[in-house]
Design a protein. Structure first.
Length: 335
């Protein structure tokens, strides 16, 4: 049986492109893309992705171990499953990306950039994921895109919910079952995005009608330097999800919910953050605090309290250099 992670890193194709064991059949679809289906029915259609940013290795190692257990028959698969290692070339180099951030290119955002490794990969992944979901007319559709953050965070594990207009039709904005799974899998906070984007989870939510979430699960570290014990809860959650065996503990602490209130856009190379580069995600600021300056432009806290997420002054001009959040009631998740 081949090692899915090692075959992905090597760039080689497996000797066989399909196979089976007593529980499942599998198909290798492309570098870093493996489809697995149970032989005796399924409840859901699940996409699990990691390595969209090549230097975020802990989720890659978690999914690699999960795939190995399934292929060797150590766990029984109960869902249709598509496992994706998003950016293999960046994984090999240990970089976030090669030329363009892959997680800004989905929903055909790749059309707005010169052709490169990432634009081709975004287009390929869109086609493969659409095809995976379209092969089945039954069961829920889920997608969890697993990441680790560049910087430390006051919430070690949090989720980013893509913008959705479901609430306009009298439906819940987000799936209660998905939200319960996130809560019991150790996710401490959720951030509601207010606008369409080029992220992988927005693509699967908007264009594939999946319940999707981007998960940030700790600090980015190189292969072999992750303490996977720190990811025990999310690992148990993933195992429970795909095997149907509930391994999740009761979650006593309520989940905190935030909504994006403003974006810090870097217009020119004069852009400067007005706080230390080492500030943690979810650091709180007060009304009137100056967050950043870009020439004559000044970004300030507009609400009584706002929290910073993903500050990064080194992005290219025209890109987002940070998000500001406000805390909102949990009911905001349901429209």
């Amino acid at each position: 049986m081949f090692d899915f992670l090692q075959i992905t890193l090597s760039g080689r194709e497996p000797l066989e492109h399909s196979g089976s064991n007593f529980n499942l059949r599998w198909r290798w679809l492309a570098r870093g893309v493996l489809q697995l289906e149970p032989l005796h029915g399924y409840r859901m259609n699940v996409v699990l992705s990691a390595g969209i940013h090549g230097n975020e290795t802990a989720p890659i190692e978690l999914l690699a171990a999960l795939v190995s257990d399934l292929l060797h028959g150590k766990r029984r698969l109960k869902v249709r499953l598509l496992v994706i290692f998003g950016n293999p070339m960046a994984m090999v180099s240990g970089e976030r990306y090669n030329q363009i951030d892959l997680n800004r290119l989905f929903s055909r955002h790749y059309d707005h950039f010169p052709d490169c490794i990432e634009t081709a990969r975004a287009e390929q992944l869109e086609l493969l994921v659409r095809d995976f979901y379209d092969q089945s007319n039954e069961g829920e559709r889920l997608h969890f895109d697993l990441h680790t953050a560049i910087r430390e965070s006051h919430h070690q594990r949090f989720g980013l919910l893509p913008h959705t207009d479901k609430g306009l039709y009298g439906r819940s904005l987000y799936s209660r079952r998905m939200l319960d799974w996130l809560h019991h899998s150790g996710i401490e906070a959720l951030v509601i995005n207010q606008a369409p984007s080029g992220t992988f989870s927005y693509f699967t939510s908007q264009h594939c009608h999946a319940d999707s979430c981007t998960l940030e699960l700790g600090k980015a570290r190189p292969f072999g330097h992750n303490d996977l014990n720190q990811f025990a809860l999310i690992n148990q959650g993933l195992i429970s999800l795909i095997t149907g065996i509930n391994l999740l503990p009761y979650a006593a602490e309520p989940i905190k919910v935030y909504r994006v209130t403003q974006e810090l856009i870097k217009i020119t190379e004069q852009f400067r953050l007005n706080f230390s580069e080492s500030v943690k995600n979810f650091t709180r600021f007060s009304a009137g605090d100056v967050l950043a300056r870009d020439g004559e432009i000044s970004y300030q806290v507009q609400q009584t309290e706002e929290w910073i997420l993903f500050p990064n002054a080194s992005v290219r001009p025209g890109l987002r250099a940070g998000l500001m959040l406000v805390q909102v009631p949990t009911d905001s998740l349901f429209g």
